[in-house]
Design a protein around this ligand. Structure first.
Ligand code: ADP
Ligand code: ADP
Ligand code: ZN
Length: 214
């Protein structure tokens, strides 16, 4: 099973990917996570991507498609892939088709997380994650059960992303509208798109996604 989770920044792609990994043993392929790892490690890709990401603009299609290709090459053929935050442009969508074919895979579902744009600023400015295991939280909507302690690993270190500011978020949403949303009609024409109400609670969204995959 190979699926794309599509939606603007803050729609819940990372949160739902983590649930799918846990419930179904799929693998999350998040180009944002891969790029942040490259930035931390100060690799050539990371050094090139950092300023672009801080401005909320898009890293080049060639860089992100190569990250996806390399990650798929290292995966067992039987493990399902969740594409999170990729593809984000028409060119990436075409590159993904080629990469999937090369690895003997094909797309089963594109799940569109539909959200209200105004709620996204609140979601993103309230977002933080565990500094140790990466578990995602939100100041009000999704705090850990015990204040200041990660549910998943017990760490007390948390971090926020440098690009999760209101100004950058508005730019990222505009980039989504102009570059990413236009790739949906092509997938709709293939009959593989299902819309899910991303404004529902996290567990409810997870249930709707599981119903699509069943
Ligand atoms: P969010 O979860 O808020 O949508 P991501 O973690 O997916 O954000 O991405 C963070 C940043 O990394 C993006 O703003 C962009 O600069 C870069 N990035 C991630 N994925 C891609 C991609 N597929 N193409 C181009 N740039 C990307
Ligand atoms: P994306 O990967 O699409 O950018 P995230 O999964 O990182 O989005 O979610 C953004 C923020 O919103 C996080 O702080 C997360 O805890 C919170 N969040 C995710 N899904 C929901 C939901 N259904 N309702 C309320 N808050 C949510
Ligand atoms: Zn943790």
């Amino acid at each position: 099973m190979n699926i794309i989770l599509l939606g603007p920044p803050g729609a819940g792609k990372g949160t739902q990917s983590a649930g799918l990994v846990e419930r179904h043993g799929m693998k999350q392929l998040s180009t944002g996570d891969m790029l942040r790892a490259a930035v931390s490690a100060k690799t050539p890709v990371g050094l090139e991507a950092k300023a672009v990401m801080d401005r909320g603009e898009l890293v080049s299609d060639e860089i992100v498609s190569k990250l996806i290709d390399d990650n798929l090459a290292a995966m067992d053929a039987g493990t399902g892939a969740i594409f999170d935050g990729y593809p984000r442009t028409a060119a990436q969508g075409e590159q993904l088709d080629g990469i999937l074919a090369k690895h003997g895979r094909s797309l089963d579902h594109v799940i569109e997380l539909a959200v209200d744009v105004e709620a996204l600023v609140e979601r993103i400015t309230g977002r933080y994650s565990c500094g140790n295991c990466g578990a995602l939280y939100h100041d009000t909507a999704n705090p850990p059960a015990k204040d200041g302690v990660c549910d998943a690993c017990g760490s007390t270190e948390f971090k926020r992303r440098p690009d999760d500011t209101e100004e950058t978020v508005r730019n990222r949403m505009e980039v989504y509208r102009s570059e990413t949303a236009p790739i949906l009609p092509g997938y709709e024409a293939r009959g593989i798109v299902t819309r899910v109400d991303g404004m529902a609670g996290i567990d409810e969204v997870a249930g709707a996604i599981d119903a699509i995959l069943a």
